[in-house]
Design a protein around this ligand. Structure first.
Ligand code: NI
Length: 172
């Protein structure tokens, strides 16, 4: 397993749209292992391939935080196929350091995806799990939780980042 570097805002690669995985092989398994290691090391409860500069539609999640049993789950080619209701919950992102904010999301979603063998599956998620999935799937479309905030909040964050990195270089 290899620890990957997590890209941070405003890296332009975070804006790239991911493309579907068509080959389900050992290399994909290895890639997902890298994503797991990177997510747990951060530590985070979700990670999208986009965040480590890879253009594939792959996300990994584990919202078992604090519980004894890990609930690691990779989702390949995930898509939200239906939604219901609204909720507001606080979000943060490994690619958007030093910012958390309330974001409005669907309360309940159904997601279609494939597992590591390429089998097509569906799952229903609600509350916090639904938030995490919507956040990670957004990444695959080049969308950050920042984009869901008011223009003012977004502007303030951009200014803060500029101050932290006056010469335009990314964080170390
Ligand atoms: Ni994120």
């Amino acid at each position: 397993m290899t620890l990957r570097t997590i890209l941070t805002f405003p890296d332009p690669l975070l804006r790239r749209k991911a493309h579907p995985v068509i080959t389900f092989d050992n290399a994909l398994q290895k890639f997902v292992d890298d994503m797991a290691e990177t997510m747990y090391d951060a530590p985070g409860i979700g990670l999208a391939a986009t965040q480590i500069g890879d253009p594939r539609q792959v996300i990994v999640v584990d919202i078992s935080k604090g519980k004894e049993q890990k609930e690691f789950m990779p989702l390949i080619n995930p898509k939200i196929i239906s939604n219901e209701g609204r909720q507001i919950d606080e979000e943060g992102c490994l690619s958007v350091p030093e910012l958390t904010s309330n974001v409005k999301r669907f309360k309940k979603i159904v997601v279609s995806y494939q597992d590591l063998q390429g089998e097509e599956l569906e799952l229903e998620a609600e509350d916090r799990f639904a938030v995490v999935l919507q956040h990670e799937i957004d990444h695959l479309y080049g969308i950050l939780f920042l984009d869901h905030l008011s223009p003012l909040k977004r502007q303030l964050y951009k200014k803060k980042i500029k101050k932290m990195h006056p010469n335009g270089e990314g964080p170390p």
